[in-house]
Design a binder for this molecule. Structure first.
Ligand code: NAI
Length: 257
């Protein structure tokens, strides 16, 4: 595949069966990386592999639930076995937990569901990825947080999501500092609304409308998933060699207000 930003690199992307993860897999492959697609959705994951291969890239799938330590450890081991090393890790798997009511109505189940995937899942992934990168003496991690990791959002229903995504930004900063002298960079992207199945689901539930959410962004529209993928590719690459500990808004100026 043409491209040089990530030539010869191996990238692991969680939650890459659909949405931002699937688009990111294609973008990273277009920039020259070999990609490992990890997800609980095997059918979707294999679809992403086929799409990367169709575009001329190299990819493989590994089943992994980011809530399970053993599965995450095996996912990292699979990547190293398959492609020799782990250069870029994109911790993207996430769930929305909207639909549970306003702050005072949110259930413990909803809180736990959000935190297990959106925060503890990222922590498990980082733990095993960092161990591998430490062994190699290099690596770049990009966590997919959200604008909800930077600011509150005036929508009801999402307080556990906002809290978990702020936690992802915290994990990003903590690890960036701890591994700054170990050749490992750790950053986060904080997307505004991106047209994916997750957002389509929120629209279907009547929690948001396309028009309302587009109006949140001064650019006046949603992001395409590949626009988040391009930011991730840059953060993964040597072009961002002095960038670490950054929660990067990719939000059409939503948080610039
Ligand atoms: P999506 O629902 O299209 O994709 C999420 C993927 O994660 C799915 O393939 C799903 O199977 C996988 N997944 C869910 N639980 C998992 C688990 N326990 N282990 C492994 N994989 C699991 O959603 P989308 O929109 O692509 O979201 C990706 C990330 O981007 C999430 O972290 C989300 O919070 C974040 N995000 C999304 C925004 C949006 O507007 N779509 C905005 C800001 C952040």
């Amino acid at each position: 595949m043409a491209g040089s930003l990530l030539d010869g690199r191996t990238a692991l992307i969680t939650g890459a069966a659909s949405g931002i993860g699937a688009a990111t897999a294609l973008v990273l492959a277009r920039h020259g990386a070999k990609v490992v697609i990890a997800d609980i959705n095997e059918e979707g994951g294999r679809r992403t592999v086929a799409a990367v291969e169709k575009a001329g890239g190299e990819a493989d799938f590994v089943w992994a639930d980011v809530r399970q330590a053993d599965a995450v450890r095996d996912m990292v081991a699979f990547t190293v076995r398959r492609f020799g090393r782990l250069d870029c890790a994109v911790n993207n798997a996430g769930v929305d937990t909207a639909g549970d009511g306003r702050f005072h109505e949110v259930s413990e189940e909803s809180w736990d569901a959000s935190f297990e995937v959106n925060l503890k899942g990222v922590w498990w992934c980082m733990k095993y990825e960092l161990a591998q990168m430490l062994e190699q003496g290099s690596g770049a991690i990009v966590n997919v947080a959200s604008v909800a990791g930077l600011v509150g959002i005036e929508a009801p229903l999402v307080s556990p999501y906002i809290a978990a995504k702020h936690g992802v930004v915290g994990l990003t900063k903590a690890a960036a500092l701890e591994y700054a002298t170990s050749g490992i960079r750790v950053n986060a992207v904080c997307p505004g609304a991106v047209r994916t199945e997750m957002v389509d689901g929120l629209i279907a539930q009547g929690i948001m409308t396309l028009e309302q959410t587009a109006a949140y962004h001064p650019l006046g529209r949603y992001a395409n998933p590949s626009e988040i993928g391009e930011a991730i590719a840059w953060l993964c690459s040597d072009a961002a060699s002095f960038v670490t500990g950054l929660p990067m808004a990719v939000d059409g100026a939503m948080t610039a207000r």
